[in-house]
Design a protein around this ligand. Structure first.
Ligand code: ARG
Length: 409
């Protein structure tokens, strides 16, 4: 057997996301990619270890974004994407994987892409072909005919292959089985209308309770969790009654939704930065006029719901819908979460501790703690005083390997 590779990282401070506080002078020992010890600077260093001292910086666990689309580019919205061949989107994903990990996001849940592109990206990253975060792929986002995850922007004479479409409980069961067969590790399903889809009503429910219940039963039977795109109230509430794991967007959730989420242990994963970007850049980027109209309806409401849900004690995640705004700018959402009611530590926990729980990966990611991967990042200042520090990550390590070195110029 090869000798163990040991790396020892020291810094001035560490955010302990499990305890919810800052610790001074951490010394993190990583052996063969996993953390073995979290001690104090000055503790003995194992012989033969590589030492990395991050000076006065603060270290945090690698961040987790629970809602990304690595294979999307917001500047190619609406009909603009039609100029490109199918595999182009995987190439976009390669570039975005690099931007995402350089921004400090060492794990992402990719909740929707065509052609199993996200499985290809995952295989490329895991195989060491390209740099990028750990990827939990959903493959195709499932949905009903004419719904948010169908292509509704074409006339009837233009047929788009739609393996993601189902219209009955049995149809959804089969779809879940198919995407798992080809690499899905989480199921994404479009329960209500959406913003960026051209023709549906953003608040309308699109799956019946029987259909979403079939998705949940099948996914859970196969060991996968269910992420539900839902803006509208009745869709959110039926999804929660069916026992889904995470509600994406959650824009029009009400007090009943909060009660159901808490009773069922579901998380809300709310992309509350996007409104700024879509309203500022959407028209220029080719976003449909119908979509801009819908964004004006839900954008602010979603932020108010975020504040109310958090205050009501709903478990919250960090999910940006990056791809709707540029991948790599994921961290811009932290400041929004603080502006709309979270303390900085809560926003950071949403992107680390809580995210790992929602991924069912607390053995692997989400904290600087023994047993987990050596995924950590460093920032210059104090992120608990100024969460915007996370917009400027100066060092990234994944599995004990430096992905983004300090820029010492
Ligand atoms: N993918 C989402 C949709 O089309 C994006 C919503 C963005 N807007 C927002 N306010 N979060 O529905």
């Amino acid at each position: 057997a090869a000798p163990a590779a040991t790396v020892v990282v020291t810094a001035a401070h560490m955010v302990d996301v499990l305890a919810g506080r800052q610790v001074d002078n951490p010394q993190v020992t990583i052996v063969d990619g996993r953390i073995t010890k979290v001690g104090r600077r000055g503790d003995p260093v194992p012989a033969g270890a590589t030492s990395i001292d991050l000076g006065g910086r603060t270290i945090l666990p690698g961040l987790i974004d629970m809602h990304v689309h690595l294979t999307s580019d917001p500047t190619l919205s609406g009909y603009r994407g039609l100029e490109f061949t199918d595999a182009f989107w995987t190439v976009v994903g390669v570039a975005n994987a690099r931007k995402t990990i350089d921004a400090g996001f060492t794990t992402v849940r990719n909740v929707g892409s065509s052609n199993y592109d996200d499985v290809a990206l995952k295989q490329g990253v895991d195989g060491g072909y390209i740099p990028g975060p750990r990827i939990v792929p959903a493959t195709y986002a499932l949905g009903v005919t004419g719904g948010h995850c169908d292509a509704t922007e074409f006339p009837p004479s233009i047929t788009v292959p739609s393996p993601q479409i189902a219209n009955s409980p049995e149809g959804f069961r089969a779809a879940v089985r198919t995407i798992r067969k080809y690499g899905a590790q989480v199921v994404k399903v479009c329960m209500t209308g959406g913003v960026l889809s051209k023709t549906d009503s953003v608040g309308a429910q699109q799956l019946s309770l029987a259909e979403i219940s079939a998705v949940v039963e099948e996914a859970h039977m196969l060991g996968m969790r269910v992420a539900v795109h839902a803006h509208g109230t009745s869709g959110i509430n039926d999804a929660l009654r069916a026992g889904v794991d995470t509600i994406e967007h959650a824009s029009l959730a009400d007090a009943e939704s909060f009660k159901l989420a808490k009773a069922h242990g579901a998380w809300f994963d709310m992309d509350i930065y996007d409104d700024d970007y879509i309203l500022a850049e959407g028209a220029k980027n080719g976003v449909f006029a119908e979509s801009l109209e819908k964004e004006r309806i839900v954008g602010r409401k979603q932020r108010e719901t975020f504040r109310a849900a958090h205050a009501a004690g709903v478990k919250m995640l960090f999910g940006t819908d990056a791809g709707v705004y540029p991948n790599g700018n994921n961290a811009l959402q932290f400041a929004k979460m603080v502006e709309w009611g979270m303390r900085p530590i809560e926003a950071i926990q949403a992107a680390t501790r809580n995210a790992a729980e929602a991924l069912d990966k607390t053995a692997d990611v989400g904290a600087i703690a023994p047993g987990r991967y050596g995924d950590l990042i460093a920032v210059e200042g104090d992120p608990l005083a100024d969460v915007r520090q996370l917009e400027r990550v100066s060092f990234v390590m994944k599995s004990g390997q430096v992905v983004k070195p300090l820029d010492l110029r």
